[in-house]
Write a protein that binds this ligand. Structure first.
Ligand code: CP
Length: 337
């Protein structure tokens, strides 16, 4: 059996998961826990700022600022791109990528860790393996917190780079055919992306086995916003050939308690280059990475493969998010402090 969502909610008063459409009042308004914490206008503004940073990646506007990256779960892209973003903006980074080297291994609570780190820094960027941990962290400190992924729940900074990648490759965000494939149940990237795209009239196709299908609450969000969606267990040519954005995801071994169950479903959906022959000319393949077997390396040289450029876009999107969290209006060259 799949492990199921490992939730922090038993410790968190007011944790509301996917239904949390507005920021919690107890939270610094510059925190970003779920993509639904920010409006469509704010998303569009952040994309403009990301575009500015793509043209000006070394703008030194964080002089004197210290940012903490607290990673309780492994990461390559998210941590390194956030840290690169701070460095390119002229700030400094402290933090850890292995919580076993910190006092949490001695039993220090997350609340105490966050309150301590808040004494030292201007911004906390945190990844945690429990759903709701980022919301909880944001509620126990006045320091802004950016969620760098909480269990199977949300990954809003990934969503910003995904939106930026979609915009760059399609020239728009509106009215696109978006197909999500793989682990849609525990995939926090697809959950966040769906929430963001609800503003932009998408048409979704969800391709997954029954065990890993998009959770009902996200389909209910689609219903609420009149977003059409199709559910497929077959990764058919018809699906691939009627898609603008093919968003592949990894079946996440770390979310399974039964390794036999993981082995049964892990390779059900695998994209190969010969499957792309009849795809739309504008179609692009995205993947949050890391990938395992769901995209064969023979796809990498296809001009429709965009996942490595997508990861590069993470730097610019995260520079924009850091400036938002620190209340720096880059386009008007102002800090509100
Ligand atoms: N996409 C993503 O979150 O990658 P990492 O786990 O390497 O940070």
């Amino acid at each position: 059996m799949c492990l199921g969502s490992k939730k922090f909610r038993t410790f968190v008063s007011g944790y509301a998961g996917v239904s949390a459409i507005t920021p919690h009042s107890a939270m610094n308004p510059k925190s970003l826990v779920a993509i639904s914490d920010i409006s469509k206008d704010e998303i569009l503004r952040l994309l403009e700022v990301a575009r500015y940073f793509e043209q000006n990646p070394n703008h030194k506007i964080l002089d004197g600022k210290v940012v903490a990256t607290l990673f309780f779960e492994p990461s390559t892209r998210t941590r390194l791109s956030f840290e690169t973003a701070v460095n390119r903006l002229g700030g400094r980074v402290i933090g850890f990528s292995d919580a076993s080297t910190t006092s949490s291994s001695k039993g220090e609570t997350l609340k105490d860790t966050i309150k301590m780190v808040s004494n030292y820094v201007d911004l906390i960027i945190m990844r945690h393996y429990l759903e709701g941990a980022a919301r909880y962290a944001a509620e126990v400190t006045d320091t802004p917190v950016i969620n760098a992924g909480d269990g199977a729940n949300q990954h809003p900074s990934q969503t910003m780079l995904d939106l930026y990648s979609i915009y760059k490759t399609q020239g728009r965000l509106d009215n696109l055919d978006i197909t999500m494939v793989g682990d849609l149940k525990y995939g926090r990237t697809v959950h966040s992306l769906l929430m963001a795209l609800r503003h932009f009239s998408p048409r979704f196709k969800f391709v997954a086995c029954d065990e890993l299908m998009m959770p009902r609450e996200y389909m209910e969000i689609c219903d609420k916003y009149n977003i059409p969606y199709e559910v497929h267990t077959d990764f058919s040519p018809e699906v691939i050939n009627s898609t603008d954005i093919l968003y592949m995801t990894r079946v996440q071994r770390e979310r399974f308690s039964d390794i036999m169950e993981y082995e049964r479903v892990k390779d059900l959906y695998s994209l190969h280059n010969d499957m792309l022959a009849e795809s739309r000319p504008n179609m692009r393949i995205l993947h949050p990475l890391p990938r395992v077997n769901e995209i064969n390396p023979d796809v990498d040289d296809n001009p429709k493969a965009y996942y490595f450029e997508q990861a590069r876009n993470g730097l610019y999107a995260r520079q924009a998010l850091i400036c938002r969290a620190l209340d720096i209006d880059v386009l008007n060259n102002q800090s509100h402090h």
